[in-house]
Design a protein around this ligand. Structure first.
Ligand code: SAH
Ligand code: SF4
Ligand code: F3S
Length: 504
């Protein structure tokens, strides 16, 4: 009988992709996945350490498992991903019922660790594979990298999977060492994958019907691969190469971009290739030069504004999203006002806003006092959110009466919840009850600029690219009417008052 595996994923897209890869490996070794944690033989958490809150969620999951482990000592509990790497064996002290730890840089070893834990039974020795904080920068790095590359290459891509969207890693790790951030310690130094491996992977995904590939890297636009003969493939070249080699892929995107690393060539590649989505997630983190300096971001607010201007000059319809940290040590009201100003001026499509969370092992926790009170952090978070919401709503309202191309992700969660609770559906931008035909529901999808669109249509549209005419807008959502299959394939997106049509 196959052993049952329960895997829950926290954190960023990298972790989502890692989970897909390890699941594929474990399936190939005789495990089957289950949604039912209580009936699993192996429970794995793929974790995130970026803020304390992300870790708290996993601590509470592990706490819940104590009684289960007492009742079923043969149950295998594993913590994998960034928190395993950051906490290391300390985690065993706090949670002695955990059997295995595996960092994100060692996931090629996970199948072996799980197997060892399963076969050795309830008095098993603990299994660990960690790269050890920030030390693996020597010869062993190359070997470990080769193994990680094999893990990426092992990806099982089947036409039966019927998925419309997929992630493809292009860069592992990060070298930026922003003073607040754990990622360079948990994921190790930056390594770029060989371009041909990336292109082949994108091609295999498109061959089985994937409609949108998102290239992943912590600083994705910093990609550069040095070939044995000394030639370099830059990020811009990689974009052109994928676009040309995989003409049957309707949409290509990438996250997360580092603002300082954006070359005009990379922006030109986005402009020149119609199937590359005109969307940038390029976190600014702050609007004050003083704070940007203590964050070690390596650019000033002025340089960030220049980057946004450059991007908009080349593509007036580009949609830009950002991340911000509020309450960083030493942040005054004046500093914070500069962040507010940046959101107003840059007109981001949306911003992810985080309260500063001091992380053990980072430079910021050692060097700076976490001196902004929690009340001030909360208030700044709310004020920044309010400004961003105004900006987002005004950008979205400019979409009204436009027809946009939407990749349909599935049924709107809100609707399925409402329908389950009340039997009625009340959605649409005016919050009026929506009359649905018998075979229709509320579907949700995204524009090339990453705007969320809700519209009525049949479930069969899931995974399709369709045209929707926008008739309402809120700050997080556009609402529209499905144009049917015979509508024109032209799409348009609009940002900051200008429109350009292109087909994605
Ligand atoms: N590589 C990406 C971000 C990865 S982490 C980049 O550099 O843009 C995702 C986001 O979490 C960051 O953009 C930052 O806004 C936030 N973040 C990271 N560390 C944090 C911390 N210690 N406290 C609060 N937010 C943090
Ligand atoms: Fe963290 Fe900075 Fe690297 Fe992003 S660029 S992962 S914020 S160190
Ligand atoms: Fe979290 Fe690790 Fe991603 S810390 S944000 S899961 S790289």
């Amino acid at each position: 009988m196959k052993r049952k595996l329960y895997l829950e994923t926290f954190g960023c897209q990298m972790n989502v992709l890692d989970s897909e890869l390890v699941l594929g490996q474990l399936r190939a070794h005789g495990y089957e996945s289950t949604e039912d944690r209580d009936r699993a033989d192996v429970i794995l958490y793929n974790t995130c350490s970026v803020r304390e809150h992300a870790e708290q969620k996993v601590w509470s999951r592990l706490g819940e498992l104590r009684p289960q482990k007492q009742q079923r000592p043969e149950l295998v509990i594993g913590v994998i991903g960034c928190m395993a790497e950051r906490d290391g064996v300390d985690l065993f002290r706090r949670y002695p019922h955990v059997d295995l730890l595996c960092g994100p840089g060692e996931l090629d070893k996970l199948t072996q660790l799980v197997h060892n834990a399963v076969v050795t039974g309830s008095d098993r020795p603990r299994q660990t594979a960690l790269m050890g904080s920030n030390t693996r920068r020597s010869a062993t790095l190359a070997a470990a990298e080769d193994n990680l590359e094999l893990l990426d290459l092992s990806r099982s891509i089947n036409s039966e999977d019927d998925v419309a969207q997929a992630y493809v890693r292009i860069t592992r790790g990060c070298n930026k060492f922003c003073s607040y951030c754990v990622v360079p310690y948990t994921r190790g130094p930056e390594v770029h994958r060989p371009p041909q491996n990336i292109i082949d992977e994108v091609k295999r995904l498109a061959d089985v019907g994937v409609r949108e590939v998102t290239l992943l890297g912590q600083t994705v636009n910093h990609y550069h691969f040095r070939h044995d003969d000394g030639r370099q493939t830059t990020f811009a070249q990689l974009l052109y190469d994928i676009h040309e080699a995989v003409p049957h892929l309707p949409r290509l995107r990438f996250v997360t971009s580092f603002p300082r690393d954006f070359t005009n060539e990379a922006l030109a590649a986005m402009r020149d290739c119609p199937r590359i989505c005109r969307y940038l997630h390029a976190p600014a983190q702050h609007g004050s030069d003083r704070i940007l300096k203590s964050m070690n971001r390596g650019y000033t607010a002025g340089q960030y504004y220049d980057f946004v201007d450059r991007a908009r000059e080349m593509m007036s319809d580009i949609s830009i999203a950002s991340d911000f940290i509020v309450g960083f040590p030493g942040e005054t009201e004046d500093d914070f006002e500069l962040t507010m100003e940046m959101v107003r001026r840059c007109r981001f499509k949306n911003s992810f806003i985080f309260k500063y969370s001091p992380r053990p092992g980072t430079v910021a926790i050692d060097r700076f006092v976490d001196d902004v009170s929690d009340a001030d952090k909360r208030s700044r978070n709310n004020r920044l959110l309010a400004v961003q919401q105004e900006v987002s709503e005004s950008i979205n309202r400019q979409m009204i009466d436009q027809t946009v191309r939407v990749l349909v992700e599935g049924e709107s969660k809100l609707v399925s919840r409402q329908a389950a609770n009340t039997g009625k559906v009340e959605l649409g931008w005016e919050k009026r009850p929506v009359a649905l035909a018998a075979d229709e529901t509320q579907m949700v999808g995204r524009t090339p600029g990453d705007q969320v669109v809700v519209f009525s249509g049949p479930l069969s549209l899931k995974g399709q690219l369709v045209d929707v005419r926008i008739n309402g807008a809120k700050n997080l959502t556009l609402f529209g009417e499905y144009c049917g299959s015979k509508s024109p394939r032209q799409t348009s997106s609009i940002t900051a008052g200008s429109t350009i049509a292109h087909s994605v």
